[in-house]
Write a protein that binds this ligand. Structure first.
Ligand SMILES: C[S@@+](CC[C@H](N)C(=O)[O-])C[C@H]1O[C@@H](n2cnc3c(N)ncnc32)[C@H](O)[C@@H]1O
Length: 257
């Protein structure tokens, strides 16, 4: 698990899903590990799908505040790249980022939620999402398995989402995108054990964090992907780099990236 007091790895970025959080007085609690509560309602903008989903999550106090805001911000950045029929949320935890994508993007027919352990309160999260977006329930399927066992089972061409897949698990997400050929959106996290294949010069002069992500970027580009880096608001997480990798086929979608 990453240290939430660590220095941010990427530049700051504004909140996109809930723009009111760009007022620092409202974003104070966004990195809180405590349950999302009524304070979150100050961010509502009206009756958009985002607003309804947030209300339902708050009503059930379904998750830590940080996880809620981060999932909305990841989904806002990932949705055009992952506008596919099948999306896999790897190391998904409660799977909120993937569930939000399936709520927003009607092209998604199947959402695979992959984690070695299905968390106890996942049912509360899916109930909150299903109350507002009932079409998501039939699309979501759980694969409770370690990555080693899950990766060979993933459908070819699926979009891969990996949010805080710790350490080398982010490298396995890169492997999954390369072998399946579908786009990838990932927010890497805790870099222990990573960057082993990066040149020593990069590790020594840039540090393991940047060396690992540069190495991942070159791997993806060599496999035919076009890669961009983006970031999440630092108020949510210091592990805030977002790596988006799309294939030429994805780029045919007019608003990809
Ligand atoms: C830091 S959490 C991230 C959860 C979620 N994506 C999020 O951002 O809130 C990492 C997740 O990876 C899962 N995990 C760790 N090792 C794994 C493995 N070898 N195979 C599958 N899942 C794994 C853990 O159970 C945990 O849910």
């Amino acid at each position: 698990m990453h240290d939430h007091r660590a220095a941010p790895v990427a530049p700051d970025a504004p909140f996109r899903a809930f723009r009111r959080l760009n007022d620092p007085a409202l974003s104070e609690h966004t990195s809180s590990r405590g349950r999302v509560d009524r304070r979150a309602l100050a961010a509502l903008q009206g009756d958009r799908l985002e607003d309804k989903l947030l209300r339902a999550l708050v009503e059930r106090r379904a998750l830590p505040a940080k996880e809620v805001w981060e999932s909305f911000e990841v989904a806002a950045r990932a949705r055009s790249a992952l506008r596919r029929t099948t999306v896999v949320d790897l190391c998904c935890g409660h799977g909120l980022a993937g569930l939000l994508l399936a709520a927003f993007e009607r092209t998604i027919e199947q959402l695979w939620l992959v984690d070695e352990r299905r968390p106890g309160n996942h049912d509360r999260v899916i109930a909150a999402v299903a109350e507002v977006a009932p079409w998501v329930t039939a699309k979501a399927r759980w694969l409770e398995a370690p990555l080693k066992r899950a990766l060979p089972l993933l459908p070819i061409g699926a979009g891969i989402l990996a949010v805080h897949a710790c350490g080398v698990r982010s490298d396995r997400a890169v492997d999954a995108a390369i072998s399946g050929g579908g786009p990838l959106v990932m927010v890497p996290c805790c870099y222990e054990g990573t960057a082993r294949s990066a040149p020593v010069a990069l590790r020594e002069s840039l540090g393991v964090v940047d060396a690992a992500d540069i190495d991942r970027t070159y791997r993806l580009e060599s496999a035919g992907f076009s890669v961009r880096w983006s970031s999440l608001p630092r108020a949510v997480t210091p592990m805030n780099r977002v790596i988006l990798a799309v294939t030429p086929a994805t780029l045919e979608t007019p608003d990809a990236l």
